[in-house]
Write a protein that binds this ligand. Structure first.
Ligand SMILES: [Ca+2]
Length: 356
């Protein structure tokens, strides 16, 4: 996390030292004309107070004049004749800087009782458990100009025999049952008609696809979508991770404005540190009638409440929502695959757990 301070000073010959109560602050100082710009890299925790002290550098070209002899009455000993005079110092005003890697205001509702799960144990190549999962199929673009046709084939979604579900996008021509011809196949699994949850905590341990044009999506949609449509049904995106930037997870709410038809989206990005295609992360979202909280690896990073929504936005998340897991290709969010895009990519899910 970086923060920038700008301090006005008399000229550019100031050497800065940054004092902090916490040791994990480093600084990069650039001086331009009469301004000092200080960039702080905070690696963890929070910094409540910084004191910036400035010390004027002696001008290299300035002649060093011999010190004046001290008055006889002075208690201060005059410097030795061979010593340069001490550089003048100033003290800049204290600066309070609140920097926190975890916003302190986030309090998550407690949901600790496991109410639903799939650990994806099973034989390599077998289909996801039909008692838990159903397939959305077709290639009509899914409201987002996406390029894949979702299939129900184990070529696009199967267990890997090591305890994971693997969703695979492939560059191959597919004519879907809906008549659309697409150059990519993939899979979208849902719990529609199997399970939906009015509140709770959803956690998914997963490793995401990499490559321009892919987007790994773990999300929820209001179970009433077939009755009231989108966006009135409400949508909570646990995580969306672009194959072109696997270091950033996005948690987003999609719901209706006051008219019930105009959609809004309010989202939060979070840097993962270790990119999601290189290691598993646990993505979490908890929700109740008033609050949605997103977390990564057990650490909350963002929250929305009824009060935090844009003016006129409806809260559309206080009814049962079902789960969706998919790996989409192309579309308005992910952008088009390029020649460099691999011909296949995997979204690997170790487990899905819901606590109530
Ligand atoms: Ca597993």
């Amino acid at each position: 996390m970086q923060r920038t301070l700008t301090v006005q000073v008399a000229d550019r010959r100031w050497k800065l030292t940054v004092h902090s109560r916490r040791a994990h602050v480093t600084r990069i100082v650039t001086v331009s004309s009469r301004r000092l710009r200080i960039r702080l890299q905070v690696t963890g925790g929070s910094v409540s107070l910084l004191r910036v002290a400035a010390k004027k550098r002696p001008q290299p070209s300035a002649p060093v004049s011999p010190p004046a002899p001290a008055p006889a009455s002075s208690p201060v000993e005059a410097p030795a004749p061979t010593q340069a005079p001490a550089a003048p110092q100033i003290q800049l005003p204290s600066i309070t800087l609140n920097v926190s890697t975890t916003p302190p205001a986030i309090v998550e509702p407690a949901f600790s009782r496991l109410v639903w799960a799939d650990e994806f144990d099973g034989k390599r190549g077998s289909a996801p458990d039909p008692a838990r999962w159903t397939h959305d199929v077709g290639g009509h673009g899914w409201g987002n100009a996406e390029l894949q046709s979702y299939t129900a084939s184990t070529s696009n979604a199967s267990l890997d025999g090591s305890g994971n579900l693997q969703i695979t996008a492939r560059r191959e021509r597919v004519v879907g049952a809906d008549g659309f011809t697409r150059d990519w196949s993939s899979s979208r699994l849902t719990t529609k008609g199997r399970a939906a949850f009015a509140q709770g905590r959803l956690e998914i341990r997963a490793k995401m696809a990499t490559g321009q044009g892919f987007v790994s999506q773990l999300w929820m949609m209001g179970d009433n979508v077939w009755d009231v449509g989108w966006p009135l049904c409400g949508e909570i995106d646990l995580t969306e991770i672009l194959g072109s930037d696997t270091n950033t997870t996005y948690g987003t709410l999609h719901g209706p404005m006051a008219d019930g038809t105009t959609p809004y989206a309010t989202g939060h990005g979070k840097q993962l540190g270790v990119p999601a295609d290189q290691a598993f992360h646990v993505f979490g979202v908890s929700w109740n009638a008033d609050k949605v909280t997103w977390s990564v690896d057990g650490v909350p990073y963002a929250q929305e409440t009824r009060a935090s929504l844009p003016a006129g936005a409806q809260w559309a998340y206080a009814h049962p929502l079902y789960l969706l897991l998919d790996l989409a290709v192309g579309g308005t969010f992910a952008g088009t695959p390029t020649q460099a895009t691999p011909s296949s990519a995997n979204l690997v899910i170790d487990w899905v757990r819901v606590y109530g």
